[in-house]
Design a protein around this ligand. Structure first.
Ligand SMILES: [Zn+2]
Length: 143
C-alpha cells in the first residue's frame, strides 16, 4: 500500500485542502480542516477483485460532506488527533451538545484542538472553541 499526500488552497475558504491518493487509484480523500469540506472515493471489492459496473469499470463508494465546520480533537494522552467535518445541520446552537458529548469524553488538550464554524454565505471561518494553528498541518487519525 502506498499513497501520495499533498495539499492545495481550499476553493471554499482559502485554507489548506489536504489530500491523499493511493498510487494505484484504489482510494483517495480530500479534506479541509478549516471549513470541513470532505470528499472520498474508495474502490468496492468482491473478495479479491474490484467490483465492476455494467460497462466493466471499477465501482467506487463516494462520500462527500460539504461541511459547516471542522474539528481537530487532540486527546491529552494520545499521539494522534481525531479530525472530522461537521454536517450541514451544524450551527452554534449544536455546539454545546458537541462539547458535552465529545470533548469531555476524550479529555482534549484545548491548546492543540479546535472546532470551527463555516458560514457558506460570507465564507468566514470562526473558531468556536480551542486554538486553530495557522498552518493546519496536524497528525491524522486513521479514517
Ligand atoms: Zn476550506
Amino acid at each position: 500500500m502506498s499513497s501520495v499526500l499533498g495539499d492545495e488552497e481550499c476553493p471554499r475558504c482559502g485554507g489548506v485542502l489536504c489530500w491523499e491518493r493511493h498510487t494505484r487509484g484504489y482510494w483517495h480523500w480530500t479534506r479541509c480542516l478549516r471549513c470541513g469540506f470532505y470528499e472520498s472515493e474508495r474502490l468496492i471489492w468482491n473478495d479479491d477483485t474490484p467490483a465492476l459496473d455494467d460497462e466493466g469499470n471499477w465501482r467506487f463508494d463516494h462520500t462527500k460532506v460539504v461541511g459547516r465546520g471542522a474539528y481537530v480533537l487532540k486527546p491529552k494522552d494520545a499521539i494522534a488527533s481525531q479530525v472530522g467535518s461537521l454536517g450541514e445541520d451544524f450551527g452554534p446552537e449544536l455546539l454545546r451538545d458537541f462539547l458535552d458529548m465529545d470533548l469531555i469524553q476524550i479529555d482534549c488538550d484545548p491548546a492543540k484542538s479546535y472546532i470551527t464554524y463555516f458560514d457558506p454565505e460570507t465564507r468566514a471561518v470562526t473558531v468556536l472553541w480551542g486554538e486553530m494553528k495557522p498552518d493546519l498541518y496536524v497528525e491524522y487519525a486513521d479514517e
